[in-house]
Design a protein around this ligand. Sequence first.
Ligand SMILES: *Cc1c(COP(=O)(O)O)cnc(C)c1O
Ligand SMILES: [Zn+2]
Length: 477
Amino acid sequence: MKRLLSLGHDGPSRAADSAWQQCIRPACGATYELKSVHQRCERCGALLDVAYDWERLPVPDRLALFDERRASSRHPLDYSGVWRFRELLPFADLDKVLTIGEGQTQLRRTDGIAAYVGLGPGRIFLQYEGLNPSGSFKDNGMTGAFTHANMMGAKYAACASTGNTSASLALFAGVSGLLKAIVFIGSGRIAYGKLSQALDYGATTLQIAGDFDDAMRQVQEVCLQTNLYLMNSLNPFRLEGQKAIMYRVLEGLNWEPPDWVVVPGGNLGNSSAFGKAFAELHQLGLIPRIPRVAIINSTGADALDRLVNQAGLRWNGGAVDDAAIAAFYTQMDAEKRKAHTLASAIEINRPVNLDKALRTLEVTNGVVRAVPDEAILDAKAQVGACGFGCEPASAASVAGARLLREQDVIGRDERVVCILTGHLLKDPDATVGYHAFDDEQLRRKYGSFGVRHARHANRPIPVPDDIEAILRVIRQL
Ligand SMILES: *Cc1c(COP(=O)(O)O)cnc(C)c1O
Ligand SMILES: [Zn+2]
């Protein structure tokens, strides 16, 4: 393998010769040119990966070499928390990279959450992806897909979204002026913070009379019938960008892998990207062992949990039991089971990246769990009280870590990273409802989500407009 002793600013050269797209099912393995657009494998319909011939690419021999770039981030590509790792996603023509400074996020040791989860000090780290420019981790992937779209000369891009993908796409389109963004949203409960972003950044917004899965189906069809470039996490170039979240986690731990990475699971793009990142780093000899990945559903949107833990579905080296998946969805439709969770970012019936998530579970010896919305909101309040806060879906990671510790799946001395996928301000309704409502109001508003009591509510205190009364309250604190 070709090695570099130090990293310059030039990054990988002649990427196009050493990168291509490839069907993830080994039995098919069809390959496609890097500079071509396919939603899925044209031969078998499976998902596609971006694949590399690492032997022909310059790769550093130690991850610590990336530290130099963080120290001097004046170069625009080094200012990006994605592209300063460009040797590890070497598909881009560097003059086509579109970055808006994504990935300037933080890994923070958070002992208060460690205590909540049932671990000692120094055992829990929170990766705050809400600090991205559009307020969610989606920006890590969007810079990858936008760069590929730019390499393809695309003029229009579209996505279906529970909110954050559309916010991110709209922001990248607005800043770059390169593409016009068209976002498809369902008519369910999109959080207002997210909808406001798509509208304010100027994206054309189509509100489909249906849910997220309907919007997802329609946008794929529209992209097939037109020249719109599809920006959903079906797009393998998005997942290349999202690998960088794991590079930054390792960086934050001084390149020493944690025992666990816990991540909420919706369309399963993130968990898929994390597994690919670790598999590649291990193959390249850059990490000594692979962390275990725990994917957390809401019990109100638990397709992966049921498929893995009840139906026993596995990646199985790529020989996935497609009949079992089909039977599962047939039964789901027959029972009219629909995803229903306050964690709207993971309110998904048919996760698009199912195959790749199964592969992650195999590669990382991972697990899947589902946690109820009430536990998610309790965990969310704890995160807020200990740090920068997060939106409901993000807190599934902390609630999931707590459950896994209770079950002794996470051991008492293990080091755990929880991914906080989106910013607190994305969904102020959920936060204010949790803190300000009494149990009766909670039951009325969130009863159907199983939220009956807010264990960690921080209620506003009503006081009269009277100095003596105010002082009485203050003195009692
Ligand atoms: C998109 C999103 C998720 C789900 O991530 P997947 O990659 O689709 O599994 C979770 N949390 C937030 C805040 C999101 O925006
Ligand atoms: Zn194929």
